[in-house]
Ligand binder design. Structure first.
Ligand code: UN1
Length: 512
């Protein structure tokens, strides 16, 4: 085992260096610095990076601000052409970048590639959007008057992203921001700076080849809390989009509000699926397995609570426990493995703590515990856990970023909805049913209180075309598709008088 892990160590670091170099990152950016980057696959060192000091963050914002002043004057469809080229560059880099995501974040290969596909998809969306930044015209109450609104670029957009989608979350924000005429300063998770360096090198090449794109259009600042605080506190950044924990969002939201900036918050989820009496259980089983164990339970959309009708409980839950027992855990780069490592040792500790609390609250735990993977002893592997809970208490109402699925029983639909909505978070939800009335009731104003509510699907794996985000402690922000772009622009309302009289609104008289 000692030899095997030494070999794995060499090969991961070497592969990371090859990919970063191929994508155009300067070697000193990923080999020099005080912060050691490790792969969760085997715990080996795969790079070293330097944190940006507050002064360096301020300088990056200054460059982004100058870039914004030029970029806002470039016609939106030309800005779309820039994003089209970014999408092309991502297509060309998909295999390399996807692999790097897998090595740095520990995702299985298919999910690493899927994450890059999500970046390509949002670029395509943004290209079309660049010709559809529509405002409205409204009928004026005054004769010979016209009312209209326009959407103008907002300025520098700050993006703070998490380790679990180390590159896609940047792209949902950046692709929209670029077509909206904004520049972007990105503070990625300190756990995944290498994928950020790769994307940043790729964008820099697209910028260099695009005559109207100013240097500073896309800035990267590496580091942890202090780096983020310098970005969030700077009044030259009118929009801050932050993805991560509710605790982080509370700090960011307050700091941005304090200077009257706009925060787009995408925070914790505690997503539930309801399995109704009429559900297609074979379909539900597969969807639940992906929702709860995919990305080793480390998506904000991960299925964390399963609310099962008492009439199907004994037909579904034992089968699910069997799937949990047989799922392949191990090296995410290996074909056939479905559950890779957690991001670090702290994540394992968090999972163990939640399982202990669940047991103490009367839960029956199936699975859980560390998983030994031969040759990868330094990695952070666990067995996914399914916990049958007597009630929605203790750790069930918290988000633990690990593969734990709490299972609850219900008897009436109202009870199921109350359980589904009975947590502080409000990101994603779903129902498995073939009863049309029940499905639509779940989607109605009286049903799920989440930003995302699916039918006969799991809670995760959203497409980019819809607005992504959720309510309550999830933060209320929306990113990605639909009209989420409006948060990256400022709205201007104009009244235009094309007559020679000067009537006042509301019939007010002011005759001088
Ligand atoms: C996240 O975990 O922060 O819907 C985002 C999904 C993905 C995005 C997850 N498209 O699961």
């Amino acid at each position: 085992p000692a030899l095997a892990s030494a070999a794995a160590t060499d090969s991961l670091a070497a592969e990371v260096a090859r990919i970063l170099t191929a994508l155009g990152a300067a070697p000193e950016r990923f080999t020099d610095g005080a912060r050691i980057v490790r792969s969760p696959i085997d715990g080996s060192e795969i790079g070293r990076v330097a944190d940006a000091s507050p002064d360096e963050v301020a300088a990056a914002i200054g460059r982004a601000r100058a870039a914004f002043l030029a970029w806002r004057a470039v016609p939106a469809p030309r800005r779309g052409e820039f994003v089209r080229r970014l999408g092309e560059a991502l297509r060309a880099a998909k295999d390399d970048l996807g692999r790097l995501v897998s090595i740095e974040a520990g995702k299985i290969v298919s999910e690493g590639l899927g994450e890059v596909q999500e970046m390509i998809d949002i670029c395509d969306f943004a290209v079309g959007l660049s010709r559809q930044l529509y405002g409205l015209t409204m009928g004026s109450e005054r004769a010979d008057h016209r009312l209209q609104e326009q959407w103008h670029p907002a300025g520098v957009v700050g993006v703070i992203s998490a380790f679990n989608f180390p590159v896609a979350v940047w792209s949902w924000n950046a692709a929209l921001a670029f077509v909206c005429g904004d520049s972007v300063v990105w503070k990625p998770s300190e756990k995944t700076p290498l994928t950020a360096l790769a994307v940043s090198a790729l964008v820099d090449r697209v910028i260099a080849d695009f005559p109207e794109a100013p240097a500073g259009l896309s800035e990267l600042v590496l580091g942890a809390r202090d780096t983020g605080a310098a970005l969030v506190g700077d009044a030259r950044v009118p929009v801050v989009s932050a993805t991560g924990s509710t605790a982080m969002g509370r700090i960011v939201g307050r700091a941005v509000a304090d200077r009257f900036g706009r925060a787009i918050l995408e925070l914790g989820g505690n997503n539930a699926s309801i399995v109704a009496p009429s559900a297609d259980l074979d379909l539900a089983l597969r969807a639940i397995a992906f929702g709860a164990m995919g990305t080793a339970g480390q998506r904000c959309t991960t299925l964390r609570r399963l609310i099962v009708h008492e009439s199907v409980y004994d037909r579904l839950v034992p089968r699910l426990i069997e799937v949990y027992r047989s799922v392949r855990i191990g090296d995410p780069l290996e074909e056939g493995v479905l559950v890779g490592p957690l991001i670090d040792a702290a994540a394992i500790a968090g999972m163990e703590k939640a399982l202990a609390a669940a047991s103490a609250a009367g839960g029956t735990v199936h699975g859980g515990g560390r998983a030994a993977v031969a040759g990868l002893e330094g990695g952070h592997y666990v067995r996914p856990a399914l916990v049958e809970m007597p009630a929605q208490t203790g750790p069930v109402i918290e988000e633990t970023f690990a593969p734990i699925l709490y299972v609850l029983r219900y008897s009436t639909f109202e009870e199921a909805i109350a359980l589904q909505n009975g947590v502080p978070q409000g990101l994603s939800s779903s129902i498995f049913t073939t009863d049309m009335r029940e499905a639509d009731r779940f989607l109605s104003a009286l049903g799920s209180d989440c930003g995302i509510a699916n039918v006969n699907m799991g809670t995760s794996g959203a497409e980019i075309g819809g607005a992504f985000g959720g309510e309550k402690e999830t933060g209320g922000g929306r990113e990605s598709g639909s009209d989420a772009w409006k948060a990256y622009m400022r709205r201007m309302t104009s009244a235009i008088n094309y007559g020679s009289a000067m009537p006042l609104a509301q019939g007010v008289r002011f005759d001088v």
